[in-house]
Ligand binder design. Sequence first.
Ligand SMILES: [Zn+2]
Length: 130
Amino acid sequence: MPKLCEEDRARAVLILDKLRLDLHEACAGNEEILFSMKRYIAKRLEFDERGTPTQRRKLKEQKMKTQNGLCAVCNSRLPDHGAELDRFHALRGYTIENTQLLCPTCHRSTQQARDALSIHTQLSGGIQRP
Ligand SMILES: [Zn+2]
């Protein structure tokens, strides 16, 4: 995943500053409402990226059926609890096409391999921005 350049980070900080001002104005000094609104907004932003827990649980159930209860990498029987949804491309979200269900061991090794590739890509000049 490409890192934000200084200009992008500066724009993000401006958006955050504006949001904070809007929140303070909307809450009119009520600290409890401010706290709850910040939490609500943070959750909604997380759902934008990851979907809701219910959506991910349903996707997991679908994947469990289509993969016949087997890990997509090592073909071992997936545990009832602890199977992990793995995104091929984080940016494309949790969709049928962009995910596979893995056993915890394969999920860990897949993540480590991606992290290593990401570090290698960054060290060798990074991803070209459009
Ligand atoms: Zn596995």
